[in-house]
Design a protein around this ligand. Structure first.
Ligand code: BGP
Length: 466
């Protein structure tokens, strides 16, 4: 079967400020939580000392090289580019009353460049980082005060860029903070459920306030949430496993439920009771939550299994402790590859929310080798992306409304979980290794031409998975 994706379907790639920009301490930027995570999201935290090496300090130097990179995206035919604004560039400490003009001016230039190439910006307000000062002096999102700071930041950027940035996301993978709370929420690892869920509640309220601000300040603006859509299957058809899988999936769907319905789902009442969590939710919070998102966005890389009784291997110790699925293969980093699962998630989310969906991350992290002719023949990546996009085509036929697809890391960037450069996702190769050595030169991979062809053919050249 061959598909022609809708004309208005947005095609592109996705990035995050701390994984591409570098320039971590210039033009008035404050330190962010990412700047003290030199080993990645799931590595050890470090106090930052003068002269310490963190590969993200330079990353791929997008801060200075953005015209070249955006031109390469345009050459591939991107109609959309997802990026995040580093909050610490706009409010270096996070609690200031006035923004940093140099930080604002930087993103003006990025949007100029995207406009020049006719690309729609999709902007994440908070992608896996926040001003470090807020983590150190306010206990991160555990503090209610952050709602005010975040809303101020959101209003500043909507006012500044709202005339030309119409697509926004609030918190990247908001559900990940239950597993890794420092990265996105500035809350220490190992915190008790009370602190975690209170912090998440503050983020949910802040997200809703940003939605309201966007609706007020951005004419024709659309704003979505962002969830890590790692669906869990029951390992067996034993009813206990089916129930366990349902509960596991509620761990992430809970966020979408609040953000798209405007109130806490009833299943959380029992959960909070069992965990001994008593949330501080006031009337103003409840009112704020009623401002709901316009679309649902999510990342999709892998799926897992759960069971209450059968033998099951754990395939990814590092990130989400996914149960092994005997029918699937894994990447070199232990992420289970499941293209059909993307069609399942798309259908599930559309059935549940009846809102447009946007796949804002998907891709294969792999080691690439430059061959004797200086080429990078990344057929494994082409096959991964083909098979996933094919399932998007199927989901469109299923009647699911999909706004677009931005694959993760269209240009090689620093891995969030491991801070490696060698875990590459790009269509564009960047000459830099894990120790920071390399010329930073950009090079088109084989997948560059493949994606160009897929975009140009509006998906018609996707091949049925073999
Ligand atoms: C998502 C994050 C991204 C990104 C991606 C790939 O969870 O939103 O920031 O990095 O995963 O993960 P990694 O970089 O660890 O391979």
């Amino acid at each position: 079967m061959s598909f022609r994706f809708p004309n208005e379907f947005l095609w592109g790639g996705a990035t995050a400020a701390n994984q591409i920009e570098g320039a971590y301490n210039i033009d008035g930027k404050g330190l962010s939580t990412s700047d003290v995570q030199p080993f990645g999201t799931f590595g050890e935290l470090k106090t930052r000392h003068q002269g310490d090496f963190n590969i993200k300090d330079t990353a791929i130097d997008f801060y200075h090289r953005y015209p070249e990179d955006i031109a390469l995206f345009a050459e591939m035919g991107f109609t959309c580019f997802r990026l995040s604004i580093a909050w610490s560039r706009i409010f270096p400490k996070g609690d200031e009353l006035e923004p940093n003009e140099l930080g604002l001016a930087y993103y003006d230039k990025i949007f100029d460049e995207l406009e020049k190439h006719g690309m729609v910006p999709l902007v994440t307000l908070s992608h896996y980082e926040m001003p470090l000062y807020l983590a150190e002096h306010y206990q991160g999102w555990k503090s209610r005060e952050l709602i005010v700071f975040f809303e101020r930041y959101a209003r500043v950027v909507f006012n500044r860029y709202g005339h030309r940035v119409k697509h926004w996301l609030t918190f990247n993978e908001i559900n990940i903070s239950l597993h890794e709370p420092f990265t996105g929420a500035g809350i220490p690892r190992g915190s008790d459920p009370q602190s975690l869920y209170q912090g998440m509640h503050h983020q949910l309220v802040a997200s809703a306030k940003a939605v309201k601000a966007c609706h007020e300040l951005v004419a024709d603006g659309k704003i979505g949430n962002m969830m890590l859509g790692a669906i869990q299957y029951a390992l067996t058809c034993h009813p206990d496993d089916i129930f366990a899988a349902m509960q596991e999936n509620r761990e992430w769907l809970f966020f979408g439920d609040v953000q798209s319905r405007g109130y806490y789902p009833s299943y959380m009442t029992r959960k909070f009771k069992e965990l001994g969590v008593e949330l501080d939710i006031n009337e103003e919070d409840k009112e704020a939550l009623t401002e709901t998102i316009d679309f649902i966005s999510f990342s999709y890389y892998m799926t897992g299994c759960v069971t209450t009784h059968a033998e099951m291997e754990i395939v990814d110790e590092k990130v989400l402790k996914m149960g092994s699925n005997p029918y699937l293969k894994s990447t070199d980093w232990g992420w289970q590859i499941n293209p059909k699962g993307l069609r399942i998630v798309l259908n599930l989310l559309y059935d549940r929310y009846q809102k447009p969906l946007f796949i804002v991350e998907n891709g294969l992290g792999a080691v690439d080798k430059v061959n004797g002719q200086g080429e990078i023949e990344d057929d494994y990546r082409i096959s991964y992306l083909n098979d996933h996009l094919y399932q998007v085509g199927e989901a469109l036929q299923d009647g699911v409304e999909v706004m677009g697809y931005t694959s993760w890391g269209p240009i090689d960037l620093i891995s969030a979980s491991t801070a490696q450069m060698s875990k590459r996702y790009g269509y564009i190769y960047v000459d830099r290794d894990d120790n920071g050595q390399g010329s930073l030169m950009r090079k088109r991979k084989k997948s560059f031409y493949w994606y160009q062809d897929i975009i140009q053919s509006k998906g018609q050249n996707l091949q049925p998975p073999v």
